[in-house]
Design a protein around this ligand. Structure first.
Ligand code: GDP
Ligand code: GDP
Length: 508
């Protein structure tokens, strides 16, 4: 089940910009470029984890019948035929124009419901147009900024009834809310980019309902090519908090490290039934419970199934099952046996967690049975530092699943790292920080003897924190400088313990 949304409005109100944002191909379509092909087809869109189909009507402007009415008729006809709901866009900066009013007239009389969206509402310049648009008789306008991504949670709320009517789950999907840099490079502006990542390699990110964590000060930095006025006075739109979702937790580790014992302990009942029979917990893929009033969902406990130990395939099996669990989780607890910590397999799993961009917590289990605790911890920390230097400060908790020791600390750390994983840093703050960093420690010279310039930085995503830096010679910035930046981010914004990704690109 899915529902279909059509974006309509007169030319230039920002339909394509919104479309790109919803479809997640922001860089793929460059509005100012002549001859850009706009896809008229339906596309899969995701907004805060909600999936729907969106029809781009922007292309319908280039119709044979060149009159405004002609365009409008074609656009609305195509849209209204197919859509469950239309997003009617106006440009709040331009105010309500006669053509807008004309559109509104048609829409008001049509059975397909309409959500009125006042676009370009970032900053104060949109305020008059926003209020004016109440007069269109289409209900309360949703103020958004398609270009800056503001008001997206309001839009989400407005679309929610239609999602519910269509029976669409609001569960997060496999794609991030916005994918500012398409995976397939053919979508990127030609010759424009070098994408580099630090910390990990994968791009399979979980989607992101973001709990109103946007910084207020995003607007006071003027990006390249923007001609905004000062935006401070108009208050930022409140993003209503989403209802709390359970934290998605996976517990992984080598066999016999004590995963089942821990889970039974956490759940307070023998739900997983440790036992010799294979497949005993086959049906138990997710378990929900609460800890101190916070909801937790234990995902994919199938990985905990007992099975006959066939030694030669064990590693392979472990890897594929563990990867499944990791992909379903937000936070992953890696169980170690305190008596044999950080063996090769443990490191393999830890790397998988980081590569998948998940938040990692290490639980050193069977602590009750450890003779020399200091030595054990020392050894563990050494291994962590040498083997996973890219993620500093991974929380490490000693526990005893059997005795029930350390479980509160384990869950405290789980929620704490989850919060860090969701960190969002405002653009102006980031750019001030970037300036300080480059002043304190200038970038090296490029091959041509000019200093590599880091011009602008923005956070493109959370979960894990993901940044883009626009630089003059992205491919020449050495890894050591990248590490300097990553560690600086950790220090300044308290982002220890989670993978951090940085894309370095050349501005177009
Ligand atoms: P469409 O042809 O009606 O779909 O409009 P476009 O998406 O091509 O946008 C028209 C112009 O408005 C472009 O220059 C966009 O950069 C600009 N624009 C789109 N959304 C916003 C916004 O939220 N704020 C501002 N200030 N400009 C926007
Ligand atoms: P799994 O294969 O990771 O699910 O491990 P189990 O939970 O089945 O535990 C493997 C063995 O380790 C069992 O014999 C448990 O009793 C034992 N064990 C689990 N947790 C602890 C602990 O905290 N302390 C001690 N001493 N033994 C434990």
């Amino acid at each position: 089940m899915s529902f279909t949304v059509a974006i309509i409005g007169r030319p230039n109100v920002g339909k394509s910009t919104l479309f790109n944002r919803l479809v997640g191909r922001r860089l793929a379509i460059v509005h100012d470029m002549p001859g850009v092909t706009r896809d008229r087809k339906a596309h899969k869109a995701v907004l805060a984890g909600m999936e729907f189909t969106v029809i781009d009507t922007a292309g319908l402007e280039d119709t044979l019948d060149d009159s405004l009415e002609g365009r409008m008729r074609q656009q609305t006809e195509a849209a209204l035929d197919e859509a469950d709901v239309t997003l009617f866009l106006i440009d709040a900066r331009a105010g309500v124009t006669p053509l807008d009013a004309h559109f509104a007239d048609v829409l008001r009389r049509h059975p397909t419901p309409t959500i009125l969206c006042a676009n370009k509402c970032e900053g104060k310049a949109g305020a008059p147009g926003l209020f004016e648009s109440y007069g269109l008789g289409l209900g309360e306008p949703v103020p958004i900024s398609a270009e800056h991504g503001e008001g997206m949670m309001d839009l989400f709320q407005a679309l929610l009834p239609f999602a519910r009517a269509a029976g669409v789950e609001e569960e997060p999907q496999e794609k991030p809310e916005f994918e500012p840099y398409p995976d397939d490079e053919e979508d990127a502006p030609v010759g424009a980019s070098v994408v580099r990542e630090t910390g990990d390699g994968a791009d399979d990110d979980r989607p992101v309902p973001q709990a109103g964590s946007d910084e207020d000060d995003d607007d006071d930095w003027e990006g390249p090519g923007e001609d905004e006025e000062d935006d401070e006075e108009f208050p930022p739109y409140e993003e209503p908090g989403r209802p709390e979702r359970p934290l998605q937790l996976a517990i992984v580790g080598r066999p016999n490290t004590g995963k089942s014992t821990l889970i039974n302990r956490l759940l307070g009942e023998d739900r997983l039934l440790t036992g010799p029979e294979a497949g005993i917990t086959r049906d138990s893929i997710e378990v929900d419970w609460e800890w101190r009033g916070r909801r937790i969902r234990l995902v994919d406990t199938a990985g905990l199934r007992r099975r006959a130990r066939i030694e030669d395939s064990l590693e392979k099996m472990m890897v594929s099952e563990t990867l499944n669990s990791i992909r379903m989780a937000e936070v992953v607890v890696l169980m170690l046996d305190a008596n044999m910590v950080m063996e090769k397999q443990d490191l393999t799993i830890a790397r998988m967690v980081i590569d998948e961009g998940r938040a990692l917590v290490i639980a050193v289990n069977k602590w009750d049975a450890v003779e020399n605790r200091n030595e054990s911890l020392q050894r563990l920390n050494d291994r962590l530092q040498t083997s996973l230097p890219q993620v500093r400060g991974i929380p490490t908790v000693t526990i005893s699943g059997l005795k029930g020791h350390g479980l509160d600390r384990l869950l405290e750390n789980t929620f704490a790292i989850h919060r860090i994983w969701n960190t969002r840093v405002g653009t102006s703050k980031l750019n001030r920080w970037l300036n300080e960093m480059t002043e304190r420690h200038p970038t090296p010279l490029s091959k041509l003897g000019r200093r590599i310039r880091l011009r602008y930085m923005t956070q493109v995503k959370t979960r894990p924190p993901t940044f883009a830096i626009f630089a003059s010679k992205p491919d020449e910035l050495p890894d050591s400088y990248m590490r300097y930046l990553v560690n600086g981010l950790r220090d300044t914004f308290g982002m220890d313990g989670v993978p951090i990704r940085i894309y370095i690109r050349k501005p177009k």
